[in-house]
Write a protein that binds this ligand. Sequence first.
Ligand code: IPE
Ligand code: IPE
Ligand code: MG
Length: 240
Amino acid sequence: MTNYQGVNIPASVAIIMDGNGRWAQKRNLPRTMGHKEGCKVVEQIIQDAGEIGIRYLTVYAFSTENWNRSPEEVGALMDLFRYYAGKLLKRAKENDVRIRMIGDRARFPEDIREAIGKLEAETADNKGLTFIMAANYGGRDEIRRAAMKYAADVCSGKAGAEITEADLAKYLDTEGIPDPDLVIRTSGEERISNFLLWQAAYAEFVFTDVLWPDFSKEELLNCIREFNGRNRRFGGVKNA
Ligand code: IPE
Ligand code: IPE
Ligand code: MG
């Protein structure tokens, strides 16, 4: 844990970026404008997170359930990703950020899969913040895919029938990424919505009413201050 202006900064933070649609609605704008504004905040928060000393920042960008939205909204989200992938790469290179994607990328169109591959490959050796984007991600789907990979390894004799939790974690998309210490959800909703089900087993949750397009470095620090006041026990006994 590092210290930034008197705040203890956890190594691994995850954010459920929610409220883009409501932000737009409040302004009588199409929902897509909220997503566009939300993308700008992602760009900024990557920089802020690195600056304050977060080592791993995971953001929930698109869930396995978000395909249920209208084709127009899904299409607009895909176009936004196409547009922001280039910007993201530029930012990552400037700030020594390593990018990783979690989620099942197989369902994305080929050009998006290529853009994801490029983001990961061209930033793989960067040493600063690791920025993890969850796209077509669902915790249950991730565990399902892990189970299939493990079953294949058992069939081919690469793995035995009995495994530890640490062994199973290696089959998840988050292999090598520390579990989140803190999960933040914006927009006032207080649910997990299929995010990091395995990894968030002992995360602290902070909920803020701020809508994602209004999120800022100051709000991030507020959430971390709230986290600093928590007593993490991991099933043990409360510290005196
Ligand atoms: C989060 O904002 C972005 C995605 C899920 C892609 P929403 O689009 O869910 O915004 P609200 O919840 O409708 O306000
Ligand atoms: C969760 O937000 C998914 C992302 C932020 C990408 P949703 O807006 O999709 O979640 P629900 O439907 O309100 O639970
Ligand atoms: Mg939402």
